[in-house]
Design a protein around this ligand. Structure first.
Ligand code: SAM
Length: 205
């Protein structure tokens, strides 16, 4: 059964790995000054807001003159509605956020917590079914495709991963969920070891 289970900075390691990959990528994009990250099954929004907080926390001054886009998509209009709203309960914010991060990036709103504008402004929400033809996507530097592949059969997984490879820039990277793998699938990625997790880069052909 499909769930919308998610949390802020879920599994931590992919966010730590991203933070380690970003400086080199920014150096390579120094002329273009564009960074595109796609959260491809964003559920109720905690994943893309975590990305926005990470960029603000660690790369704020470096990125001030850049065009930064976080594209957040999901199949479910209900989940996307909550993601766009960006308002979370005490319990939801307690899952993954330190009190300091909560105070810095959220505003209290009638007993709940509303994401601050500096994070909202980076994110574009859109409905997208990964198993149907996609609208044109911009070339992405990083794609997070986490905890959704496990709901698809193997041929569908392979088709989605193949399209993700064509959407990634040649020096970009793809992150899967902790229990997801490309083991046994020959679809043009190389597995790399990050900080406590794996990630995948397109094979040079
Ligand atoms: C378990 S959540 C994962 C959320 C987030 N990526 C994370 O790891 O915390 C799975 C999400 O995948 C979405 N989903 C399921 N099938 C999909 C499809 N065909 N296309 C796009 N999203 C889909 C669901 O609506 C749900 O929000």
């Amino acid at each position: 059964m499909m769930t919308h289970e998610t949390s802020f900075f879920r599994d931590k390691a992919p966010f730590e790995t991203l933070a380690r990959l970003i400086p080199d990528l920014l150096a390579r994009r120094g002329v273009m000054k564009q960074l595109v990250i796609w959260s491809a099954a964003c559920s109720t929004g905690q994943e893309p807001y975590s990305l926005a907080m990470l960029l603000h926390e660690r790369f704020f001054s470096l990125l001030s003159s850049w065009r930064v886009r976080i594209i957040a998509s999901d199949l479910s209009q209900i989940a996307l509605g909550r993601a766009r709203e960006g308002i979370y309960s005490e319990l939801e914010t307690a899952r993954g956020l330190s009190p300091a991060m909560k105070t810095k990036y959220f505003r209290p709103l009638q007993g709940r917590w509303s994401v601050a504008q500096n994070c909202r402004g980076l994110i574009e929400f859109r409905q997208l079914n990964l198993t149907q033809p996609w609208p044109t996507m911009p070339a992405c530097d990083f794609i997070l495709l986490r905890n959704v592949l496990l709901y698809f059969d193997v041929p569908t997984r392979m088709a989605v991963l193949e399209r993700m490879r064509r959407t990634l820039r040649p020096d970009g990277a793809l992150f899967l969920g902790g229990a997801e793998t490309m083991l046994g699938m020959d679809i043009g990625y190389e597995r790399k070891i990050g900080t406590g997790c794996s990630y995948y880069v397109p094979l040079k052909r």
